[in-house]
Each structure stands twice: as C-alpha cells, then as structure tokens.
Design a binder for this molecule. Structure first.
Ligand code: SAM
Length: 242
C-alpha cells in the first residue's frame, strides 16, 4: 500500500476511506459539489484537515481552547489554510453558531459520548443541516469498552461500564439517529479486528497491512463483528425537501 496511508492505523485508514467514498456517493446522488462541513467536537482537526484537503470548507466547533490552538497550528502547516476555521462552542450551541440549514455535512466523531444530552445534540445537528444533508457519526460501543477494560485488568471498571445503560451500542445509536429524523442510515463497525492485531505484526509481515485492511473492510457490515467493534460509524441524511 502507498506510503502516506501507512502513517495511519488500519482502522483509521479504513474509516477515512469509507467516509470519503460515502461522501462521494452522496455528492453524486444529490448533485452536491464542495461542501460546507461542520465538525462538532472536531478537536485538533485530524479529520477536518483531511476534508479540507478534498476541497471542502470546514468549521470545527470545540469547547477546548487547547484543541483549537492545536487545530490552528496544524492548519497552518497543512496548506489547508483558508478552508478551516475553529470556533469555540459545544454541541449545545451549533444552531446559534451555524444557523438552521447552514451545513451540507455534519461530522460528529467520538463526541456523542461526552455531551450532556445526545438526543438534543442530534436534534441540533439535524437542524443545522440543509434538507438532504449528510451526517457522519462515530461513537464508541459499550461491549468493546467492557472487553478492553477487562483485558487490561480493570475488572471493576469493566463491570461499571457494562452496567452503564447510557453507553452506546449499534441498536441504541440507530434508534437515536432515526428519532432525530435522519434517514438512509448506513452502519459500519470500525476496528473489530484491526484494533486487536499487534502493530508489530502488521509492520513486520509483507502484505499484512493490505490483508488486514481488506479483512476490516469485509467484516465492517457483518452484524456480529459490527456489534463488537470498538466504534460504530453511521452515515445518514436528513430528509430531502418536498
Ligand atoms: C475524543 S475527542 C474527539 C475529537 C475528534 N472528533 C476525533 O474524532 O478525533 C472529543 C472532543 O470532544 C470535545 N468536546 C467535549 N465536550 C463537548 C461538547 N459538549 N460539545 C462538543 N465537543 C465537545 C473535546 O474537547 C474533544 O475535542
């Protein structure tokens, strides 16, 4: 596989490729060109920079001044200057910051777990999207956290997480996204196998990275593997006008 891709883990590379192809398919089917993207809780901008490199304009909304300072530094080094802006705020005030219907794509990766109200946050994301707009949502899954805590020897923590009904799984996140009015959901597990294969093995064996990437892609929509993946990715749309 080409050099630049090797700098990402297999699951990170797969997620970025998945989102890129979903976005291209959505752009083609809706006749959308360059997008106005809002990255809710975008942090230091790893994904924002990748999206800006594709030509999109990205607004990163994050409450952390440190994350936004780091975003500014990374943006300056990335040649994406002018297509990324950082705004201090949180999931609760995206509508005030962006306006109703102000975005083509909303990204919310590994943030729904930390907001006060996932229901309100998803409702706000639906509001800032134009009709037919797209959502890329990534959340961590309870069962995978239980397993990783237990394997690390944190057994009390594993039991607490297992008992915590506010944690997400595929079914709960599907219900929440649909209840917020999103349609055409596409669900993929991320890292179900790739995150368990030691990096040394992937790096030392010729062809291992490509084989693992292919396996990760193949199993990502298998219901059993998807249910045990550390992360679940949802790509969805707001209903089209009319
Ligand atoms: C685990 S990081 C994820 C960062 C990035 N989205 C990613 O996938 O790499 C969680 C981010 O959510 C931000 N955050 C915390 N509370 C938030 C809130 N209420 N609304 C929006 N973002 C929040 C944090 O500052 C942090 O940047």
């Amino acid at each position: 596989m080409a050099g630049p891709r090797r700098r990402r883990s297999v699951s990170q590379a797969y997620l970025l490729d998945l989102l890129t192809s979903q976005l291209e398919g959505w752009q083609a089917s809706t006749g959308t060109g360059v997008c106005d993207v809002v990255d809710v809780g975008g942090g230091t901008g790893g994904l924002a920079i990748a999206l800006a490199r594709l030509g999109h304009s990205v607004t990163v909304i994050d409450p952390s001044p440190d994350a936004l300072a780091s975003l500014e530094r990374r943006t300056a080094e990335s040649a994406a200057t002018g297509r990324i802006r950082g705004v201090q705020g949180d999931a609760g005030n995206v509508v005030d910051l962006i306006g109703v219907g102000g975005a083509d794509l909303v990204v919310c990766h590994r943030v729904l777990e930390v907001v006060d109200s996932p229901v309100d946050a998803l409702a706000a994301m639906a509001l800032v999207l134009r009709p037919g707009g797209a959502l890329s949502l990534l959340v961590s899954q309870r069962h995978a956290v239980v397993l990783s805590q237990a394997l690390a020897g944190h057994l009390a923590s594993a039991r607490r997480v297992f008992a915590d009904a506010s944690r997400f799984d595929v079914d709960r996140v599907t219900d929440l996204v649909q209840a917020a009015g999103f349609v055409n959901l596409s669900l993929h597990g991320i890292g179900a196998i790739a995150d368990h294969v030691p990096e040394a093995l992937v790096e030392s064996e010729t062809g291992a990275y490509d084989e693992l990437y292919a396996l990760e892609a193949e199993i990502s929509q298998d219901p059993a593997f998807r249910a045990m993946a550390p992360l679940v990715h949802v790509f969805a749309q707001t209903p089209s006008a009319g």
